[in-house]
Design a protein around this ligand. Structure first.
Ligand code: SF4
Length: 490
């Protein structure tokens, strides 16, 4: 099979194709009940081939190679960085996320330049180490997930090998985040590369003028190489062809990012590259894409807020169409929050609602007479309830039922939240042993289950329990408890 045929076939794989090539011993070493279950997860990219220890043995070498070919994504998966801090980019199989969940979220890189002073020389001056720390520490908890930034792009603005090398060394000492080295002069690039040759940085970038020297560096130091051909897809493809024939296997394509009048061309170029790869089987475009909204800062700056705003919207557009790496400059929270939340939403599995763990949660210091409430494990529901309970203060137990990530109303309608499940949750989470009062407060939207729940609680060995119907919205919990807690005995 040609590379083109292999990559096209990966989108049409069925579990049975994969199953036929696995060892088929049903040994369970992969943690799955049998090889068929593993094959189904492999096709869905929920596990990796290396999770099956027997396939890595010498006697299965041919089958392993065949499976690697079968599973090769349309867009090549490339590893940046090394060791525990490496990240994967690309690995896409489709154009649209409703066809198949996107994997490997777009990596967001923030820039530093080699001319920044190591430490501030006067109050308020931006310095290299402070900026690196801010990038590394940036984190935001969104519905239970920690969202953060991924990479640091070190730009040579000095164009001086010694200055660049020193900056790269200092950044590498300060952080384990994967790096992008940005220099168009191969001498400057090599000076920086020597300082981090074991970190597998992305080299940015090969152009029509320097491709030969950059290719030599990529091969010598085994690094991925970015290819830059602004607004010229023919040149981009020609460079990709030349570089792959030269032996560079890991490319990252940059068709150029223009944030003002050129934004529409930019989106169109990114889309054409991805479409040609996924729909047209053009393997020369079958590499990850890098977008550089940082170019917003290149022109005349009248208002920093306006430039940062352009950078933010260009980033969100390019993450949707189809950047695998984004290079940005602004570290402001109002710029980064929408971008990382947008990325989170694009890369969640559209077939699976975002869920939290089920079980018993405590707020404050609850005792045996504290209210016991119930909700579902849909993230947005849970974190809304959690936020309201924290806001009200007080001491509570909260039992969370596993409705496979559905909200209360949907779960009741779809019979994911049933009286049986609620009774089991109260019993199995240990909630019943924590309180003496035998009262369970259920969400107002599950009111119609209240009678049935009392019967089910009895049938799981919890007789005498009463169900109280709480408010329709968790913002009403404080008022509800003021009026109804402690409950009056019958
Ligand atoms: S470890 Fe491999 S051979 Fe064993 S059950 Fe899993 S897939 Fe099958």
């Amino acid at each position: 099979m040609t590379e083109r045929e292999i990559r096209k076939a990966a989108t049409k794989l069925s579990p049975i194709d994969v199953y036929r090539t696995l060892p088929r011993t049903n040994c369970k070493e992969c943690g799955e009940p049998n090889c068929m279950a593993f094959a189904a997860k492999l096709v869905n990219r929920e596990v990796s081939l290396e999770d099956c220890p027997p396939i890595l043995k010498k006697e299965h070498e041919k089958a392993y190679e065949k499976l690697q070919e079968m599973l090769a994504p349309v867009i090549k998966e490339i590893t940046l960085g090394s060791g525990d801090h490496s990240i994967k980019i690309g690995g896409k199989l489709v154009m649209y996320r409703h066809e198949f969940t996107y994997h490997n979220p777009a990596a967001i890189a923030l820039d530093v330049t080699d001319e920044l002073p190591l430490k501030p020389r006067f109050e308020g001056e931006e310095a290299l180490l402070d900026r690196v720390k801010k990038i590394e520490d940036f984190s935001y908890n969104y519905i239970g997930r920690n969202l953060s930034l991924d990479m640091i792009a070190i730009r040579s603005t000095s164009n001086d090998p010694t200055t660049f090398k020193s900056a790269v060394e200092n950044v590498a000492k300060a952080t384990k985040l994967p790096l992008i080295l940005c220099a168009l002069d191969p001498n400057v690039m090599e000076a920086g590369l020597v300082a981090v040759q074991d970190r597998r940085p992305l080299l940015y970038a090969a152009t029509k003028d320097n491709w030969n020297n950059m290719a030599e560096l990529a091969l010598m130091y085994n690094c991925p190489l970015s290819v830059f051909a602004p607004n010229d897809l023919n040149l981009l493809k020609s460079l990709a062809k030349t570089l792959t024939e030269y032996g560079v296997e890991d490319l990252v394509l940059d068709p150029g990012t223009f944030v003002d009048e050129g934004l529409s061309d930019t989106v169109s170029n990114f889309t054409m590259v991805r479409r040609n790869a996924v729909k047209g089987g053009d393997y020369l475009f079958g590499f990850p894409l890098i977008g550089t909204p940082i170019t917003a800062w290149l022109g005349k700056i009248d208002s920093k807020e306006e430039v940062a705003w352009k950078e933010a919207y260009a980033t969100c557009i390019l993450m949707s169409r189809y950047a695998d790496i984004i290079v940005m400059h602004s570290l402001d929270g109002w710029v980064q929050l929408p971008t990382i939340i947008w990325r989170f939403n694009i890369y969640t599995d559209p077939r699976k609602p975002v869920a939290v763990d089920s079980g018993l949660f405590t707020f404050g210091k609850p005792n045996e007479m504290s209210p016991l409430m119930l909700t579902t494990n849909y993230s947005l529901t849970y974190f809304t309830v959690e936020s309201d309970l924290k806001k009200f203060g007080g001491d509570y137990y909260l039992a969370v039922a596993d409705t496979e990530g559905l909200s209360v109303e949907s779960a009741v309608a779809g019979r994911y939240l049933t009286a049986e499940l609620i009774a089991e949750t109260v019993k199995n989470s240990g909630a019943a042993e924590k309180v003496k009062h035998k009262h369970l407060i259920i969400p107002g939207r599950a009111a119609r289950l209240s009678g049935e729940i009392e019967d089910e609680l009895k049938s799981v060995g919890l007789p005498g329990w009463r169900v109280m119907v709480g408010p329709m919205d968790s913002s009403g919990i404080a008022k509800f408890l003021d009026e109804a807690w402690p409950p009056k005995e019958k």
